[in-house]
Design a protein around this ligand. Structure first.
Ligand SMILES: [Zn+2]
Length: 141
């Protein structure tokens, strides 16, 4: 009971930190010191001109990241049918699905993972790619 609760608390804090970091990166501003400042410095959400705004989830077909260590899903190391079990590319598509791409290029939908999982494990978005191929090149795949 206690362990489970602290795990949930830790995950929540991680998500919160990731969200704050993403917001800070997107707006180019530092994090507010205290939540009470939010009311005082309330600004319209879209204070940036459209050209300067980072694409939102609706504007991109998906997100991708490298996952080099073995990927453990439900307590088991996930392996591709070709035997690969590390150096994945993880995709999070606009429909909330998560796909895994092994180093040999096999792509499979992973129903046990979703956008929530992806957001907990990915860092802030640092770059946008015009094509999937461009993204794979950037991630060295
Ligand atoms: Zn494979």
């Amino acid at each position: 009971m206690f362990r489970r609760r602290s795990r949930i608390d830790r995950e929540f804090r991680e998500v919160q930190r990731a969200g704050q970091a993403m917001l800070a990166a997107a707006s180019g501003r530092s994090l507010p010191e205290a939540p009470t400042q939010a009311a005082a410095s309330a600004e319209p959400a879209d204070f940036l001109p459209p050209d300067f705004r980072a694409p939102s989830r609706q504007d991109v077909s998906g997100f991708m990241m490298r996952w080099d260590p073995p990927l453990v899903i439900d307590g088991e190391v996930h392996a591709c049918h070709c035997g690969a079990y590390r150096n994945w590319i993880v995709f999070n598509m606009r429909d909330d699905s998560v796909w895994l791409r092994c180093p040999a290029g096999h792509e499979t939908h992973e129903p046990c993972l979703d956008t929530g999982w992806y957001n907990r494990h990915s860092g802030p978005v640092d770059r946008f790619h015009p094509t999937l191929e461009d993204g794979l090149r950037h991630l060295d795949h």
